[in-house]
Design a protein around this ligand. Sequence first.
Ligand code: FES
Ligand SMILES: [Fe+2]
Length: 376
Amino acid sequence: MAALLDDHGIAQRVFDHIEAGTTDLSDALWREPVENYRSKERLAAEIQRVLRRTPVAFCPSAALAEPGAYIAREAAGTPLVVVRGTDGEVRGFRNACRHRGTQVAEGSGCAKALVCRYHGWTYGLDGKLGFVPHAHGFPGLDKDAHGLVPVRVREKGGLVFVTQEPSQGGDRALDALPDLLGKDQRLFAARESRVPANWKIFLEGFLEGYHIRSTHPKTFYPYGFDNLNVLEHFGPNSRVTFPCQRIKKLAEVAPDERKVEGAVTYVYQLFPNAVFVMLSHHSILSVLEPVSVDETRLVTYALTNRPAGDPTSVAAAERDAAFVNQTGGAEDMAVVCSIQKSLASGANEVFTYGRFEGAIAHFHRALDAALAAPLP
Ligand code: FES
Ligand SMILES: [Fe+2]
């Protein structure tokens, strides 16, 4: 699996492109049938064969900082609860009481145990069934066989990944994942919203810089470049680098001392349905949960880039986030909704992705391969 460029390598590649007026190019065009964004059968297969069988980014580790911290939400249509134990390990469970199925946690919080609100069955943070009120009503109940049902969880690079069902590769794909978040980056916002578009249409909007000048003429473009990206793949994932104009200042810095933080935006596409974006003062993890063929639940966690002890870190991160959301982010959303509305027009049987849009092609190639992979 190819390693990602370091800061010096990224800066040099960007300088070369600025000088030559070029950008990274993929080998070939990609053609994606529009039916793949509209078909309910296709979406069901994506959920069952890919989203549930791949280690999917669930949240940043920082969202589960304390022992007992939990997050309960649906992933690929399955209600899950993910919780940090008193031993520091993060575990995940199907969020369903083993008595009659009530969800044992809602939203997020910090708890000593997971208590079902219906009749009070109580589970440890390790999922074991502990207390059963009036237990004499359940003669012969094997408590060990009635713990919460676990899913596979792994922390890597500052993120928590969940795999719901066994897959051929297990979570080996995570081995090559770089550290994306440092230990002292602080979570300052977590939110959910609904996007009236197919999850893949929404995802594609993050993955190329060909649209920057046209879609974002007064917001992102003045700070960036027209169609200038560094494109790298690692396993089924990609990293797309969007340089800012201020990267030019690094030309005066000795190559080995160049630090690109604040001078580029990194977009990591974490296959299949998550995007990690490192901006100037904050980073976001966005998880795109398909609700239906034309609706996506967007779960976003925002973190400071500076250490928590730095008093300017949260204010700068919040300013950065407000700017991105209210300006360019809104422009991207408008385009995504516009595409979704045109899907039924019959105008396009396929969409053609050019050689500037290679991260999108890489994603579709990986998705096709995962859909075709034999089940274990
Ligand atoms: S359903 Fe949970 S205790 Fe009855
Ligand atoms: Fe955009």
